[in-house]
Design a protein around this ligand. Structure first.
Ligand SMILES: [Zn+2]
Length: 149
């Protein structure tokens, strides 16, 4: 393994659950105390909103892209077989489903925490959402039903 201080490794394109799981296994999940790292991202477990002010851009590096190349409008269908909800900390992380299918993965240089991030565009606002990429929650899922579009 080489140091990542000098060279910037390419951003991984993640297309399979196994690849996502492998990636997730590379990161730390919880420094349960926020004091552990000044990125303070460990608390973002349920697609929480984060402002540009709070996003520790200087120490975050994009490591992967979970979006399917060439797909402009991925499905909004969510995957909740155990009756979790969008914001549930224990909701499964399924690659083909919203909002994972719109996310990129970022890693904190200091503590190794990996988070998924995507941006919601409303009429007059943008809303950045972040969720810790927890390997224990990465799940194989059937393909979403074809959209009606
Ligand atoms: Zn950190």
């Amino acid at each position: 393994m080489s140091s990542d201080s000098a060279t910037t490794p390419p951003v991984l394109i993640i297309r399979t659950t196994q690849a996502l799981r492998d990636l997730a296994a590379c990161g730390t999940v919880s420094s349960s105390s926020d004091e552990a790292c000044n990125c303070r991202l460990a608390r973002y477990k349920g697609w929480d909103s984060i402002t540009e002010m709070l996003w520790p851009a200087a120490q975050m590096r994009q490591v992967a892209d979970l979006r399917e190349p060439g797909v402009d409008e991925p499905t909004f269908e969510e995957f909740h077989p155990a009756r979790t909800r969008y914001e549930s900390p224990d909701a499964p992380i399924a690659l083909a489903y919203f909002p994972v299918n719109r996310a990129t993965v970022w890693r904190c240089r200091r503590c190794g925490l990996q988070v998924m991030r995507y941006t919601e565009f409303g009429g007059y606002y943008v809303d950045h959402r972040v969720r810790v990429l927890d390997v224990a929650l990465v799940m194989d899922a059937p393909s979403p039903s074809p959209s009606s579009s």
